[in-house]
Design a protein around this ligand. Structure first.
Ligand code: PGA
Length: 252
């Protein structure tokens, strides 16, 4: 199976309803080309339905939630379940973003449960992995990334793992303006694919989409996307400007 080209926009805790709708409209109207690139918008929870209704008419556009609860339903005030997310028209969910790991203390076992819940609702997990600066400086970055996959994903059977998208986001590059160089990113993406091949075999590892995230922008996207093991990007800051996001989509 050929890998998909994907550009995803993680809006994080930005936009109001009005701004989210305007941004969606602008992206939809300026990205009519590149039908072969899947675009996934991750607006804040309250705007998921409104954004999904807008993207529904476009087969190359998808929406997702930035997080999901680690419980399926019930007395968990303030939490949002995978069933709720799916019922808003979303098809994807971000799991394990470093901001969730760091600020909300999400651990490997929470993320394993969230992944299973997402898959049970036929949501596609976009599972984020990546090392911190000190881990890279200590030369532990490969080990860390392998452990993150091992601890939360590698218990899945082949079929389930086959629907997961991986996002490699070095923590030191997120929101900092520091980007992994194409060589650094390619090296890690190749390693990620090697780990997947060891666990699931080469055919499956060749078919998994692995996105790069961390200060990816309209200037550096082309260099990153031209690497053989990079299938696209998970974009934070630059996804909030339609012109930049569209430019990134056109960078393949
Ligand atoms: P950034 O964020 O592009 O603003 O660095 C990426 C992300 O957190 O997904």
């Amino acid at each position: 199976m050929a890998r998909k080209k994907i550009v995803a926009g993680n809006w994080k805790m930005n936009t109001t309803l009005k701004e989210a709708i305007a941004l969606t409209d602008e992206i939809l109207s300026s990205s009519e080309l590149c039908a072969d690139v899947q675009k996934i918008l991750f607006p804040p929870f309250p705007f998921l339905t409104a954004v999904s209704e807008k993207t529904a008419a476009r087969p190359d556009f998808f929406t997702g939630a930035q997080n999901c609860a680690a419980f399926s339903s019930g007395a968990y005030t303030g939490e949002v379940s995978v069933a709720m997310i799916a019922s808003c028209g979303a098809s994807h969910v971000l799991i394990g973003h470093s901001e969730r790991r760091q600020y909300f203390s999400e651990n490997a076992s929470d993320l394993r449960i969230k992944t299973e819940l997402a898959l049970s609702q036929k949501l596609i997990p976009v599972f984020c992995i990546g090392e911190k600066m000190e881990e890279r400086q200590a030369g532990n970055h490969f080990e860390i990334v392998k452990k993150q996959m091992h601890d939360s994903l590698f218990h899945l059977d082949e079929n389930a793992f086959g629907s997961v998208i991986i996002a490699y986001e070095p923590v030191w590059a997120i929101g900092t303006g520091l980007t992994a160089s194409p060589d650094q990113a390619q090296e890690m993406h190749h390693y990620i694919r090697t780990c997947i091949a060891e666990r699931y075999g080469k055919t499956l590892s060749d078919s998994v989409s692995v996105l790069y995230g961390g200060s990816c922008n309209a200037q550096n996207a082309k260099g990153l996307f031209s690497c053989p093991d990079i299938d696209g990007g998970l974009i934070g800051g630059a996804s909030l400007k339609a012109t930049d996001f569209t430019q990134i989509i056109k960078s393949f």
